[in-house]
Design a binder for this molecule. Structure first.
Ligand code: CO
Length: 170
């Protein structure tokens, strides 16, 4: 499983609701977790592997030995949000590009787990940031869309470079 880079249009298509909680879904999630670790990330959303699904995986530690911190979320919806905070983000679809994004630091999110059971998580700080970043991917929103004006200007030439280097799949 490989990771789709900006400006591949699949990143703008977002993800559709997941309805079949079957073995193939569990297999896809496992492969995404493996790819997330392999590329040194803390989160990955299905559009980043070319799949239009409301599916995301994360581990805020980025440490494959800390399985207890892994989360697989299907069909996530924010129930409540408060306290905006700025923090630095990167994204596996934008290698080497980092910048400050303002996000809610205290959130409550409902989602389905791999068994199709509804779950609710309260998340704060970095975990909340990772969840919201990955949920954006499911809406086709990218962290560069939310950069501070200063960082937007700072990464502009890097983004143009990626756009020039991009070759649409034949
Ligand atoms: Co990302």
């Amino acid at each position: 499983m490989d990771i789709v880079k900006y400006p591949d249009p699949v990143l703008r298509r977002g993800g559709k609701p997941v309805e079949a909680f079957d073995a193939s879904l569990a297999d896809t999630a496992a492969k995404m977790i493996e790819a997330m670790y392999r590329f040194g990330g803390v989160g990955l959303a299905a559009p980043q592997v070319g799949l239009e699904l409301a599916l995301l995986v994360l581990n805020p530690s980025g440490d494959p030995d800390k399985k207890a911190e892994e989360l697989v979320m299907l069909n996530p919806k924010v129930l409540s949000r408060k306290t905006l905070e700025w923090g630095e983000e990167g994204c596996l679809s934008f290698p080497g590009i980092y910048g400050d994004v303002e996000r809610h630091a205290k959130i409550s999110v409902r989602y389905d787990d791999l068994q199709g059971e509804e779950q609710v998580i309260q998340a704060e700080g970095f975990l909340a940031r990772v969840i919201l970043h990955e949920m954006d991917h499911i809406e086709g929103v990218l962290f560069v869309d939310r950069l501070s004006p200063v960082d937007r200007l700072r990464v502009k030439s890097r983004l143009l470079e990626m756009e020039r280097a991009y070759k649409a799949p034949a």
